[in-house]
Ligand binder design. Structure first.
Ligand SMILES: NC(=O)C1=CN([C@@H]2O[C@H](COP(=O)(O)OP(=O)(O)OC[C@H]3O[C@@H](n4cnc5c(N)ncnc54)[C@H](OP(=O)(O)O)[C@@H]3O)[C@@H](O)[C@H]2O)C=CC1
Ligand SMILES: Nc1nc(=O)c2c([nH]1)NC[C@@H]1CN(c3ccc(C(=O)N[C@@H](CCC(=O)O)C(=O)O)cc3)C=[N+]21
Length: 298
């Protein structure tokens, strides 16, 4: 069995580019036929370096497809009320079709109050409890699906990985990635197990997976010996590790040991260049969906 040479790299960066091209075409068709330009508002509180980088990337991505981007940069010591005021302003602003509050928020703020305040019609992150609730229920449809899990499923679809009836294991159960990823896989008729920090024998469970979505935040945690030969691996983790050879002094690695995984899996997403760019593409897609929906534009 030629496991070694058959493993495929799932190129999230190029799929994301393809999706951005599709969005660019739709945005200009919409502008030309009804004169509406989709708008995304991003609220960033504090000056975490990683968050600032992500917000900058989101803004650049908006510009690249012709979506208007608005940005509110609030100081770390802002009050919850100030954040809520910005949300209220964007909720009422008809030029804004999507609102994203960058997470994590400073610890003195109540994340739940803030996420609840975003109008569900503009909840392009899909984090409002009503959207998550609908995602969890059979026969209901959320207005928006969370971007990172949506990007993971989109990669599986675009690489013709069938999900129905397969055993999927999601590692991690966070509100923003693991939990909605498990719900989406279940909606796609996979048989889903969730592994978390209290799981006993995680390796044994992970080894049964035809599809693995890893969203843990632990560099290289999943080893080659934990992987069933031929499994498909979506690695969401983004972990900085020291690297004296890089000009920044660090490099980014996933939650899965890539060098080992590529020898045994049938397909693997790299880090960087895997899920990250897809997250941003899905955010643009959700913003477009929102603008189309309010303006009844097909
Ligand atoms: N590519 C992208 O677009 C994105 C990437 N990320 C990256 O994905 C990773 C996960 O992010 P996020 O979900 O926000 O992280 P969280 O820290 O919120 O959640 C981590 C989850 O992993 C579980 N976990 C932690 N340690 C272990 C372990 N040793 N074994 C099994 N499970 C474990 C935790 O379990 P428990 O619930 O028991 O605590 C928790 O459910 C991070 O590296 C983050 O940077 C995040 C968002 C988007
Ligand atoms: N409300 C909210 N919504 C989010 O979607 C959200 C959030 N908060 N908080 C933080 C996480 C993280 N996240 C990423 C987005 C893009 C990349 C990304 O583009 N990564 C590139 C490059 C990374 C780099 O070089 O720094 C890659 O993996 O190739 C990574 C991570 C969105 N998140």
């Amino acid at each position: 069995m030629a496991m070694d040479s058959s493993a495929k790299v799932i190129d999230g960066k190029s799929v994301a580019k393809q999706i951005r091209d599709e969005i660019t075409a739709e945005v200009s068709r919409m502008r030309e036929s009804i004169g509406v330009i989709p708008g995304l508002a991003v609220i960033l509180v504090g000056d975490r370096k990683d968050s600032a980088t992500y917000v900058r990337n989101k803004k650049k991505a908006c510009e690249s497809v012709g979506i208007n981007s608005l940005e509110a940069n609030l100081p770390e010591d802002s009050t919850e009320e100030e954040v809520l005021n910005y949300i209220a302003g964007y909720n009422d602003d008809p030029s804004v079709h999507g609102i994203l509050v960058q997470l994590p928020l400073p610890s003195h703020m109540n994340e739940q109050n803030i996420l609840n305040a975003v109008r569900i019609e503009k909840d392009v992150d899909g984090f409002h409890p009503l959207n998550i609730g609908r995602l969890a229920m059979r026969g209901r449809e959320p207005l928006f699906v969370p971007c990172t899990p949506k990007g993971c499923i989109e990669l599986l679809h675009r690489y013709n990985v069938s999900i129905k009836g397969k055993r999927a294991v999601v590692i991690g159960r966070s509100n923003i990635v693991g939990m909605p990823a498990a719900l989406l896989l279940q909606r796609e008729d996979a048989t889903v197990s969730i592994v978390h920090s209290r799981t006993s024998n995680p390796e044994e469970i992970i080894r049964q997976a035809d599809i693995i979505i890893a969203a843990v935040g632990q560099a290289n945690m999943v080893r080659g010996s934990w992987i069933k030969p031929g499994a498909v691996i979506i690695d969401v983790g983004i972990n900085p590790v020291e690297d004296p050879n890089s000009p920044r002094g660090y490099k980014l690695v996933g939650d899965v040991c890539y060098e080992e995984a590529i020898r045994i899996a049938s397909a693997v997403t790299p880090v960087p260049g895997g899920v990250g760019p897809m997250t941003i593409a899905m955010l643009l897609q959700n913003t477009l969906i929102s603008a189309k929906r309010v303006h009844h534009f097909e």
